[in-house]
Ligand binder design. Structure first.
Ligand SMILES: Nc1nc2c(ncn2[C@@H]2O[C@H](COP(=O)(O)OP(=O)(O)O)[C@@H](O)[C@H]2O)c(=O)[nH]1
Ligand SMILES: [Mg+2]
Length: 176
């Protein structure tokens, strides 16, 4: 059975950009101009045995209530029933840190026995000092103990090969 790795995060966090960076393509995945309104799951074929799944972004303030409800039904339905799902890469913005929606996502995944793997994007926007401070603060709020979050930039690709080596490759090879 093929394995799947899903990508989740707030709208505009750079989820599509990270998928493009992983595939080494510029516009394989649409980088959004209208955040918060993508209401479908996008599947990307990695190889014969693996898919990446781009989940619609959450937390867009202007999204109407019925859109949020639809998002919940769609995403929860997928997360709860997908037996080929290996893990969910949770992408956060290193400038913003994490809030209750982000920690809520992590706790929800843990409660349904799906592994969350945390990645901070947009590292190119901050100095190394600021990255360290923000990471330490976020670390205290995140309910994860089994792995250290990675910091990367989908734009400059800094940290991308480490992410592939530490996160993606082990998940894809786990099934063999
Ligand atoms: N500076 C910077 N901008 C980024 C990075 N990743 C994404 N962006 C920008 O953030 C915006 C949202 O990106 P997108 O990939 O559509 O986010 P998504 O809504 O999470 O899929 C776009 O303007 C991207 O160019 C990054 O690593 N650094
Ligand atoms: Mg997107």
């Amino acid at each position: 059975m093929p394995v799947e790795i899903a990508f989740a995060g707030r709208s505009n966090v750079g989820k599509s950009s990270l998928l493009n960076a992983l595939f080494g393509r510029r516009k394989y995945v649409k980088v959004s101009s209208r955040p918060g309104f993508t209401q479908c799951l996008n599947f990307f074929i990695v190889n014969d045995n693996a898919y990446f799944v781009d989940l619609p972004g959450y937390g867009y303030a202007k999204a109407p209530r019925r859109v949020i409800k639809k998002w919940q039904r769609l995403v929860e339905g997928y997360l709860l029933k997908r037996s080929s799902l290996k893990a969910v890469v949770c992408i956060f913005d290193i400038r913003r840190g994490v809030d209750h929606l982000d920690t809520g996502l992590i706790s929800y995944l843990q409660s349904i026995k799906v592994t969350p793997l945390v990645v901070f994007n947009k590292a190119d926007k901050l100095s190394n000092n600021k990255i360290r401070t923000n990471l330490e603060r976020a670390r205290l709020l995140l309910p994860i103990r089994d792995h250290e979050p990675l910091v990367l930039s989908a734009r400059t690709k800094k940290g991308l090969s480490r992410f592939v080596d530490k996160v993606i490759c082990p998940l894809l090879s786990a099934q063999e």
